[in-house]
Design a protein around this ligand. Structure first.
Ligand code: SF4
Ligand code: SF4
Length: 319
């Protein structure tokens, strides 16, 4: 097995927002134990990049800054996705001296009413936090962390992407947009209520979404894409020649202290191993890679587009 170089670590499932599409809202609420966090790092000495993000607001973890410092002390790059609601003066100063590679702030719309309807939080406060973070970074003469936005696109917010881009430009951000459609994997979609299910992209929505995403990719100033965890993890991925990057050289540590293949695996039966059990995790990774190589989507990966692309490529090459 390749070494695990990239890991997403979920500091907590607690959140002060209430997004209707968030799996975390129906999961056990709690924080990752410090001991499990350190045990995971100890068991994976090849780590190059950790993304502190999961189904809760990372900055609510009482030891978030200790986590970032522990990673940096080990030479591991650190990225953060936050809902942006806790970006007060003190946290911003701490974030700017923490040595983070990237910070992305999540939102679906820059319209305050739509934002509140979807997230249950105040857009003005988030906007103020983004402006303050970007201004303080400039004032300090720092180029890192790059600052961008993470966007989940619902059917009703495809048209809101322009407003998000306007915000990006107005605040002179440089970390790009991480744009993904509302998740269709069962581990997420099974938790949606009927109103949220109606927000899944369908038919013509997809054409609009893909066209807009491609246009945005070219329109926005973006710096150092190698700083983004997901870009680095998927760099050079070709389903015809390689397996899933998560299974090859990635791992997901959830807030219960259990390792899985990626964030899509939320059932207890999906668990690979305890945080410290590197051999157990490697064995489960190898088993899923073997299943994909036989042209079969493992049960834990059902509905995943990466798994589907790999299986399609294996099926074509076997024909
Ligand atoms: S802000 Fe993020 S973690 Fe919090 S409810 Fe929304 S999607 Fe979930
Ligand atoms: S194939 Fe999909 S579900 Fe399976 S580990 Fe990879 S990203 Fe996750």
């Amino acid at each position: 097995m390749a070494d695990v170089t990239h890991a997403q670590i979920e500091p907590t499932t607690r959140c002060n927002f209430a997004c209707g599409f968030c799996a975390g809202r129906s999961m056990r609420q709690g924080d990752l134990a410090w001991e499990a966090f350190v045990a995971f790092l100890d068991a994976h000495p090849g780590l190059l990049h950790v993304e502190l993000q999961g189904e809760g607001e990372p900055l609510l973890h009482p030891r978030f800054f200790d986590m970032a410092a522990e990673c940096r002390a080990r030479g591991i790059a650190v990225g953060l996705i936050t809902n942006g609601s806790l970006l007060d003066e003190e946290r911003i100063e701490r974030l700017l001296v923490a040595g983070l590679a990237s910070i992305h702030i999540s939102m679906e719309s820059a319209d305050p009413d739509q934002f509140r309807r979807i997230r249950g939080g105040k857009f003005a406060k988030v906007r103020q936090g983004i402006a303050r973070l970007a201004a303080r970074r400039r004032a300090r003469g720092q180029t890192q962390p790059v600052i961008g936005l993470a966007v989940t696109v619902l059917r009703e917010t495809i048209g809101a992407l322009q407003g998000i881009c306007d915000l990006y430009m107005a605040e002179r951000l440089d970390g790009g947009l991480l744009v993904q459609p509302l998740q269709t994997m069962a581990s997420y979609a099974d938790r949606y209520d009927p109103a949220m299910t109606a927000q899944l992209l369908a038919g013509e929505d997809w054409r609009r979404f893909l066209a807009l995403r491609a246009a945005l990719g070219q329109a926005l100033p973006v710096r150092r894409t190698e700083d983004y965890f997901y870009h680095a993890l998927y760099a050079g991925f070709d389903p015809a020649r390689a397996t899933c990057p998560w299974l090859d050289h990635g791992a997901y540590l959830n807030a219960t202290g259990t390792v899985t293949g990626c964030c899509f695996m939320k059932e207890e039966t999906d668990a690979f191993a305890a945080a410290a059990d590197r051999a157990g995790g490697d064995a489960r990774r190898a088993a899923l890679v073997g299943t994909l190589d036989r042209g079969i989507v493992p049960a834990a990966c059902r509905g995943c587009s990466t798994a589907a692309a790999i299986v399609a490529a294996r099926t074509v090459s076997a024909a």
